[in-house]
Design a protein around this ligand. Structure first.
Ligand code: NAD
Ligand code: ZN
Length: 242
């Protein structure tokens, strides 16, 4: 690991870039991270709002929490970090892939297209009975559980969010993209949520350059070839020479 301020990362014509982002990339847009607040997400403990048990116990509280995240997300705007990643994608097109742990839609709104939301999306809901119906678009801010719709099968709709203990989405596609990457950039994630915290190890085993950007070193810092300390919105614009 080297701690240094890098002038730029050069992206050659044969390079393929895989980017993993976490809550830190949306911090400068005003959406709080967890670890900044002692493991609380917007004042709530994960166990109360972000687990299958929480949903079984108190679906009203879970919907209240995600409704508030929807309202905050709708107010937020993409920041220069999101925009820099969308610009890199537009310059190298299909040699770029972005995987986010975030459930907000700031990457799409900045213009990112080749994008996987491994932990789900605030803007969708799905059947809580897992009956096989696909997720539906749902941006409503619910005031009570009575307003929440039901699937054709009768199951109550739940947020299309991967709760702690559930299996992340799109892992096959994500693993294929990591296998092809020659450069992995990780931005604003503490390196404590698995399997995302392992992506850097998978890329490194295949010889990729691995770069971390964030104000402090992540828990898995030793697996990075470069750690660039700084805020995403300040470091990412100008980080690449494609
Ligand atoms: N915006 C969102 O969608 C959002 C917000 C909070 C939590 N979450 C969920 O919580 C889980 C949290 O794991 P995580 O590792 O992503 O977040 P985390 O809260 O554990 O860690 C945030 C990381 O961001 C870094 N950071 C803070 N400000 C930054 C900045 N300006 N630029 C770059 N980095 C910055 C911190 O140093 C820290 O390492 C994820 O699964 C995610 O789904 C999502
Ligand atoms: Zn159903």
């Amino acid at each position: 690991m080297t701690m240094q301020n890098m002038a730029a990362i050069s992206i050659a014509p044969r390079d393929r870039v895989f980017v993993l982002t976490g809550a830190g990339i949306s911090a400068e847009s005003g959406l709080p991270t967890f670890r900044a607040s002692d493991g609380l997400w917007a004042g709530h403990s994960i166990e109360d709002v972000c687990t299958p048990e929480a949903w079984q116990r108190n679906p009203a509280l879970v919907w209240e929490f995600y409704s508030a995240r929807r309202a905050a997300g709708a107010e937020a705007q993409p920041n220069p970090g999101h925009i820099a990643l969308a610009e890199l994608e537009s310059s190298i097109t299909d040699r770029f892939f972005l995987c986010t742990q975030n459930v907000d839609d700031l990457h799409q709104r900045a213009g990112s297209v080749r994008l996987a939301h491994m932990h789900g999306e605030l803007s969708k809901a799905r059947c809580s009975r897992e009956c096989g119906s696909p997720p539906v678009e749902d941006r409503k801010v619910y005031r009570s559980l009575d307003e929440v719709g039901r699937c054709a099968c009768g199951g109550r709709l739940r947020p299309h969010i991967v709760f702690f203990g559930e299996i992340p989405l799109e892992m096959d596609r994500i693993q294929e993209e990591i296998a092809k990457a020659t450069v992995m950039l990780v931005v604003g994630t503490s390196g404590s949520v698995y399997p995302a915290a392992n992506f850097v190890h998978w890329a490194r085993q295949r010889g990729a350059r691995t770069v971390y950007v964030g104000p402090e070193a992540p828990l898995n810092a030793a697996a990075f070839t470069h750690v660039v300390e700084g805020k995403a919105g300040e470091v990412l614009p100008g980080l690449f020479r494609a």
